[in-house]
Design a binder for this molecule. Structure first.
Ligand code: CAA
Length: 285
């Protein structure tokens, strides 16, 4: 087991993956940022660069630090490049067959003592781990959106995991300036088990037509003191992700309150996934 994690790889450069790359690179790690094609890797580079440029424009990051951060990142479409990674964080779409393909490929590429982590927010981590040659080195490392801002990292421990790996990943998260919590492998882990039924409830309430989206969001923001209303937050998280976690929660609990509201399903079917597609409950054009 690696006691010192320096070289990190992040696979999947969507909203979460790009944010996670930024977190590691800013903290001084060398990072391989991987996506499925050169075009997707370039798109990921664009996300990270834009975020760092915004920090420079706001005076929060010196230009030299932005350049040094970018210089620590290698954008690539080749999994084979990851042979010397100490830790791999997978952040690809939530489909078990894709995760299995990646984790089994990694078995043949990375060192036996490298740690494999998944940023999954809805799939059973034990199933991901059990499909690998060394399930004891597989953990969850679940970041929250926006990853560069939110401090919580859920470190997910399966029954197959080596406790030393869990401890190493928890310590790594602390060194990144994050606030890790260690949690067993259960539907929604902890944060989503609290959050997703609330978001589903809010969407169901909006679906009744008795309240406008703005008033509903303001009730949560102004009345309960949350940083954003539930419809705005659903748009930020991605309506597809909210729906996926809803379905996993419902499968596990069979509680009607955890079921995905009809409106959520329709918006996902319509391709209105929130900020990432420019339209969800609100327009972002
Ligand atoms: N990347 C980097 N930095 C960002 C950012 C992003 N995507 N979005 C906002 N920020 C930064 C801003 O630059 C700003 O920094 P400074 O204060 O240093 O200038 C800071 O965050 C605050 O941003 P804003 O002033 O623009 O707006 P805000 O005060 O409303 O904060 C927010 C924005 C941080 C997103 C805040 O509204 C918030 O915390 N919202 C709740 C988000 C949340 O609950 N996320 C969890 C979702 S669940 C999840 O992700 C798990 C899952 O599996 C589904």
């Amino acid at each position: 087991m690696v006691s010192h994690i320096n070289k990190v790889a992040v696979i999947g450069l969507g909203t979460m993956g790009a944010g996670i790359v930024e977190v590691f690179a800013k903290a001084g790690h060398e990072v391989y940022a991987v996506d499925g094609s050169t075009e997707l890797a370039e798109r990921g580079k664009g996300f990270v660069t834009k975020s760092l440029d915004r920090a420079v424009a706001k005076g929060k990051l010196a230009e030299a630090d932005r350049d040094a951060t970018l210089a620590r990142i290698t954008f690539t479409a080749e999994l084979a490049d990851l042979a010397d990674a100490d830790l791999v964080v997978e952040a690809v779409p939530e489909r078990m067959e894709i995760k299995h393909l990646i984790f089994t490929a990694l078995d043949d590429i990375v060192r036996p003592d490298a740690v494999l982590a998944s940023n999954t927010s809805s799939l059973l981590l034990t199933e991901i781990a059990a499909g690998t040659a060394h399930p004891e080195r597989v953990v969850g490392m679940h970041f929250f959106n926006p990853a560069p801002v939110l401090a919580l990292v859920e470190v997910i421990e399966t029954v197959l995991a080596d406790p030393q790996v869990v401890t190493a990943v928890r310590e790594l998260a602390l060194n990144l300036g994050k606030r890790p919590v260690v949690v067993g492998d259960r539907a929604g882990f902890v944060a989503n088990a609290l959050l997703i039924p609330y978001l589903a409830r809010a969407i169901a309430l909006y679906q009744t037509g008795k309240v406008s989206r703005e008033d509903l969001d303001n009730a949560a923001r102004v009345g309960i003191g949350l940083p954003m209303g539930p419809l705005t937050l659903s748009d930020l998280v991605g309506l597809d992700v909210v729906r996926e976690v809803c379905e996993v929660m419902y499968d596990a609990t069979k509680r009607p309150s955890d079921a995905s509201p009809a409106l959520l399903k329709q918006l996902v079917l319509a391709g209105r996934l929130g900020r990432k597609t420019g339209r969800g409950f609100y327009d972002y054009a």
